[in-house]
Structure formats: C-alpha cells, structure tokens
Design a protein around this ligand. Structure first.
Ligand code: SF4
Length: 322
C-alpha cells in the first residue's frame, strides 16, 4: 500500500519509498497477487493475504472494503488462512473492527513505533502511547491476532526509550513484534534535521547491538519477532540517505544474539579450543557474517569451530572442549 489516505506526516516517513510503489493498489492487484501465489505451486493454505505499507484502516472506507472484498473469497475457499493488515493505533474502533471481522481479517499490526509520548510528539506521530494501549485492548477483545511494530533511533529517542517501549509492549502481550531502525530517507522532515545536524542516526553497529538485546527480551517473554529492519528491494535504496540499513539486518542481529550467548557460556571455561554445536539451521548465525563471531571469540582467547546437530534446540549452544 502506498501512503494512501494517511492524514499524518511522520518525521521519518516517505511512504512511497518504503512501500516501493506509487500507484494506487486496486482489487485486481489483490487477485493477481493471490492467484500468482497459488499458481506458484507452493502450499498457501497456511499463508495470509497482507496489506502493508500504509495505514489500512485510515484509507477511504469504500476503497478499503473493495480490497477486502477482493481478498475474502480466497479465505472462504481455504486458499489462505486469513488476512493481515497494518494500521495506526488511532484508527481502531469498534466499527472498524466489526467490519474487519466480517471480511475475515485475522491479524492486525499496529505501528506504535514508541511508547514514549515525548518521542511520539517529536516525530509528529499524531497519537500517544495511550492510543496504543486502548487499541490493543480493543483488538484483543475482538479476538484478532495482535502485532506491534516499534522503531529504534527515532528523533529524540535513545536506548533507554527503546527498552521502555519493549517493556510496555510485553505488558500488552502481542503475538508478534517487528522492529525497524530509523533510516533517513529523501523528502522527509527527518532528512532536513539530518542536514542541519540536528539528528544523527544510529550506526549499523549500534542498531544491531540494541536490536539484538530487544530480540532477546521479546524472545524471553515468549513473543515472536517476525521482522528486524526494512525489507530489501522494497524501494528503500533509491531514497536512502543515511542510517542503519542493511539487506540482511535481521541475520546480523541474530548473529549478535549468538555471539552474546556464546560469550556468556564460554566465560565459565578457560581460554582454549572449543566446538560450538548449534541447531543445523543456525550454523551461519553462530559463525556470523564474514566469520565475525568466530573472529570476535578468537580475540577473547576462544578458538572455536561450529557444527550443527538437529538434537540441539534453536537458540541453544552446546560447548564441547577440544
Ligand atoms: S502514520 Fe504511517 S503512513 Fe502515515 S505518515 Fe506516519 S509512518 Fe507514514
């Protein structure tokens, strides 16, 4: 969805760049996307038709219904399990939720971005943390799956603010969370502040370090983090000015989590040679991009090799002395 109908102008937002499309999405596009997914031969029955990028419930209501009308028959036919939308916390009310329910929307994600009111105000979000709390309670009362999205490195925010936001999110018990570090894009108010040297984005390393800690916190609370960083190929690159954008940002954060865990576990062992055994699917996360984790452990005096075993649970590390 493009910046369709959103009456706000958040400091960091250039919605056309983020969604990667400028033309208006039509019902035919929804059908084409669904038919393409089905024709690919992959099993779509556990998948969702998702409307992301804009504030779905803030768009013109007839237009919103035309998109939902196009999607619903695919859910009725069992081709997909439901519809997922993203919107703003202040565009949720009982009427909207009833309407979404009637079109078989199953999951609602709220762009909360921060739970620090001062940060929300500074970034011209047009809503406060209390709107997010109220919207979450309403969404849960209608039995939708709840997702929350937060940003790091917002204008006026810091790590403390991000941790506060994470703790407030956990209290709202969403099923999923997405974390997006703030990127400076062309044609945004944030870019003006950046050029006036009134805003300094997080470095990639700072964002990875913070997001890895947030990831651990959400995981420990039993909340799935389903996205870290903006999608590559979504149209960000042409409008990118500065900030912690990396096409494999999530993988960098996951690797940092493994480095932290391995460092903690190895600190109980004397320096020397070790084999780190992780789940087969997590070998690259343990090794790190360009073997960064192995190099970092080596600098600490731990000469490590990594191997995989299906018997090791995801996120676990088994240490074997060599
Ligand atoms: S609410 Fe969302 S779509 Fe609207 S300006 Fe802010 S970030 Fe962009």
């Amino acid at each position: 969805m493009p910046h369709e109908g959103c009456p706000h102008d958040c400091l960091f937002c250039n919605q056309k760049a983020i969604s990667g499309r400028t033309e208006k999405l039509a019902a035919a596009d929804v059908e084409l996307a669904a038919n393409t997914a089905i024709a690919s031969g992959k099993d779509t029955t556990g998948g969702e038709i998702a409307f992301f990028g804009g504030s779905f419930t803030a768009i013109d209501s007839d237009y919103m219904e035309s998109l939902l009308k196009a999607a619903k028959p695919y859910i009725d036919a069992g081709s997909f399990k439901g519809i997922r939308i993203s919107t703003r916390p202040d565009f949720i009310d009982e009427r909207i939720l009833s309407l979404l329910k009637s079109y078989r929307v199953t999951a609602i994600e709220l762009g909360a971005q921060s739970m620090v009111d001062e940060v929300l105000i500074k970034n011209h979000r047009g809503h406060l943390s209390e709107d997010t709390r109220k919207a979450c309670a309403l969404i849960k009362s209608y039995d939708f799956e709840l997702g929350l999205q937060m940003m790091t490195g917002l204008y006026g925010d810091n790590d403390e603010g991000a941790f506060f936001t994470a703790e407030e999110f956990i209290k709202l018990s969403p099923q999923t969370v997405r974390i997006y570090p703030t990127i400076v894009l062309k044609n945004t108010m944030l870019s003006e502040l950046y050029y006036k040297e009134m805003y300094k984005p997080q470095t990639l390393s700072e964002a990875v370090e913070l997001c890895a800690k947030l990831l651990i916190r959400f995981r420990n609370a039993g909340i799935k983090v389903i996205r870290l960083g903006l999608h590559s190929g979504g149209g960000v690159e042409p409008d990118y000015i500065d900030g912690p954008y990396h096409p494999a940002f999530g993988e960098l954060c996951e690797s940092r989590v493994y480095l932290k865990k391995a460092t903690g576990l190895l600190s109980a062992y004397p320096k020397g040679k070790y084999k780190l055994v992780v789940n087969n699917s997590d070998i690259s996360k343990m090794v790190g991009q360009k073997r960064d984790n192995i190099k970092a452990l080596s600098l600490m005096g731990y000469d490590c090799t990594v191997s995989g075993a299906e018997s090791v649970s995801p996120f676990d590390i088994l240490i074997k002395q060599m």
